[in-house]
Design a binder for this molecule. Structure first.
Ligand code: UGA
Length: 461
């Protein structure tokens, strides 16, 4: 593939991509997934236009500004916008007419009244692309969807596309992690493509030529398998976390240490050490809603074992939040009313300012609602947390957050929080009492610095 694709052709009347011409790409929806995908595809040398219905987002991205915190994305975006390969628009007809391949990257949140995924954005996106097609095109779904969605969207596409236009829809799930989104998009572990014809596969092999040349396997399969690979991956990761959290409960009861146990388990290459950090459990915009959507879909399909398994995974996970609230209450002598609690971390994990379904913010808010005076510090997520829970106290530093506290909770394991000087911090508290809800603090060092230390699945002093 050439470094820079040929300039956009003048005519947009028929837009079929020839093998010799790199396809021009549109990205529909410029949230986490879409903004990163658009910038990464431009970095791979393609002409890319990002479309979003939100003009404020489009204006910010056009200036090279990322409306959320994602390491490395700002730089990549500025570079690609300046290169002329990447632009953004809120005019869907413009985005569709100037591209051959359309990546659908809109969100699929949990429905307000059920565990099922809300597919309204995906439906609107595919309909908008279909109605504005001016030539042959490939529509590539990247959003996380329940199995069966893509086949339903194919029907919608067939109905909405103009007569005479050849439009194909395939599914190409995305596995990027927040905090590592750029790296994961440019260097994916695998490329999965579902339901592709020979022509569609050739186009996508061109798009992903660089990662595939680097060794990423290209897995071509049917539509339902591609849809399920994505949700199964998230379900497996969630299961692994809930497994270790269940074992942490056994460790506590038996006087064992889950952090040492996890390290020992991780040496077995069949198990692996990743996603075995016991603690407050998983949150964020993906794992919780994806396991619930799969639970719901599996139930609809009559696959009740999967449904029941995921129900347990969810229950264990939510139980961890209750467990930490109970530990904090116990540390305060049975009631948190009017007690001062310092909370370190609000983001759902380090390296992001995302507080969607954040276990940390959830625990902080629950303690506040029980009458505690809660002060939160997060290196990046204070603003997003404040917008979600404006009634909590927010400190500008960890030191300010622990000032005069009865108990301190480590709820998100930012490296700078894990590296805090235990001795200096102890002197600032009313009572030096800490609950490590992420299993990352050095219990011995904190105890030596005068702290009463408790951790999930850790040996009591
Ligand atoms: C997750 C998946 O890891 C990605 O592969 C997937 O593409 C993405 O969802 C998605 O569906 O878009 P992400 O939500 O960014 O990525 O977060 P993870 O790194 O998976 O962490 C999820 C949660 O699990 C966090 O709250 C984290 O604190 C928690 N976690 C993780 C643990 O409690 N213990 C662990 O050992 C690991």
């Amino acid at each position: 593939m050439p470094d820079r694709p040929a300039p956009a052709r003048k005519s947009t009347s028929r837009t079929s991509a020839k093998a010799t011409q790199p396809p021009r790409l549109s990205v529909i929806g410029t949230g986490y997934l879409g903004a990163t995908h658009a910038a990464a595809m431009a970095a791979l040398g393609f002409q890319v236009v990002g479309f979003d219905t939100d003009p404020t987002k489009v204006a910010a991205l056009s200036l090279g500004k990322v409306p959320f915190y994602e390491p490395g994305l700002d730089e990549l975006l500025v570079e690609q916008v300046e290169s002329g390969r990447l632009r953004f628009t809120s005019d869907v007809a413009d985005a569709v007419a100037s591209s051959d391949v359309h990546f659908v990257c809109v969100g699929t949140p949990q429905q307000a009244t059920s565990h099922a995924a809300d597919l309204s954005h995906v439906e609107a996106a595919v309909r908008a692309v279909a109605e504005n097609l001016v030539g042959d095109a490939l529509i590539v779904g990247k959003s996380t969807v329940p199995v069966g969605t893509a086949s339903w969207l194919r029907g919608l596409l067939a109905d909405a596309a103009p007569a005479g236009v050849r439009a194909e829809l395939v599914w190409n799930p995305e596995f990027l992690r927040e905090g590592k989104a750029v790296q994961d998009t440019l260097h994916p572990d695998r490329v999965v493509v579902g339901g592709a014809s020979a022509r569609a596969e050739e186009l996508l092999r061109t798009v992903y030529a660089q990662p595939v040349a680097e060794g990423a396997p290209f897995i071509s399969c049917d539509l339902p398998t591609a849809e399920l690979v994505k949700v199964s991956a998230n379900a497996f990761l969630a299961t692994k976390i809930s497994f270790i959290n269940a074992i942490a409960g056994v460790c506590e009861a038996a006087g064992a240490d889950v952090t040492v146990l996890a390290d020992a388990l991780g040496h077995d290459s069949r198990i692996g050490r990743q996603f075995l950090d016991a603690g407050l459990g998983f949150g964020g915009g993906c794992l919780p809603k994806d396991i619930r959507a799969l639970m719901h879909r599996a139930g609809e399909l009559g696959a009740h074992h999967a449904s029941r398994l995921l129900q347990q995974v969810d229950e264990i996970n939510m139980g961890q939040r209750e467990r930490v609230i109970a530990m904090a209450t116990e540390a305060c002598g049975g009631s948190v009313l009017n007690r001062r609690i310092g909370v370190l971390g609000a983001a759902f994990k380090p390296d992001t300012d995302d507080v969607r379904d954040s276990p940390a913010l959830n625990v902080a808010a629950a303690l506040h609602l029980r009458g505690a005076q809660v002060t939160v510090f997060d290196p990046q997520a204070s603003d997003t947390a404040r917008r979600t829970f404006p009634t909590l106290g927010y400190a500008a530093s960890a030191e300010d957050a622990v000032q005069g506290t009865d108990v301190v909770l480590l709820l998100t394991e930012w490296p700078e929080l894990v590296a805090l000087d235990a001795g200096r911090l102890a002197a600032l508290t009313a009572t030096a009492r800490v609950i490590d809800a992420r299993g990352k603090l050095d219990a011995q060092a904190w105890r030596a610095a005068g702290w009463e230390f408790t951790g999930l699945g850790r040996i009591a002093a």
